[in-house]
Design a protein around this ligand. Structure first.
Ligand SMILES: [Zn+2]
Ligand SMILES: [Zn+2]
Length: 116
C-alpha cells in the first residue's frame, strides 16, 4: 500500500479535513478545495473549473467546488495522518517517519501508533 500524495500541487499545502479537502476533477486530477474554489471560469455562460494540470474543463457542480467528488485515497490518507498526529509525541514520530522518506505507510503507522 503506497501512501497517496497528500499535498496540493497548486498551493503546496497539505490536504486537511476542512478547507483543503482533496477533491477530484472529471479528468482524474486532484487538488484542494480552496484552490478549486478560485479557479472558476465562465465560458459561454456556463461556469467551468479548468484543471491546472491538464487544462481540461470540468463543469462546476451546483454549490461550487464543494460539490465535486472527494478523492478517497487522499482523504483516507489525511484521516490516518490526523489520527496519528493527535498527540505531541506522535507528531514527532510522524515527522521522523516522513524525513526517512519511507512510503511503507503501514510500517510508519505501526511505528507512530506504538507511542500513543
Ligand atoms: Zn491547493
Ligand atoms: Zn486534469
Amino acid at each position: 500500500l503506497l501512501q497517496p500524495d497528500l499535498v496540493c500541487i497548486v498551493c503546496f499545502g497539505s490536504y486537511d479535513l476542512a478547507m483543503r479537502l482533496p477533491r477530484r476533477l472529471h479528468c482524474g486530477h486532484t487538488f484542494c478545495q480552496a484552490c478549486l474554489k478560485r479557479l472558476d471560469t465562465v465560458i459561454n455562460e456556463q461556469v467551468w473549473i479548468p484543471c491546472p494540470q491538464c487544462r481540461q474543463n470540468t463543469p462546476r457542480p451546483r454549490g461550487g467546488a464543494a460539490g465535486l467528488d472527494l478523492d478517497l485515497a487522499s482523504f483516507l490518507g489525511v484521516k490516518a495522518q490526523q489520527t496519528c498526529t493527535s498527540s505531541g509525541l506522535c507528531s514527532i514520530m510522524f515527522l521522523f517517519a516522513q524525513s526517512q522518506g519511507s512510503c511503507d505507510w503501514q510500517r510508519i503507522k505501526a511505528l507512530i501508533c506504538c507511542c500513543m
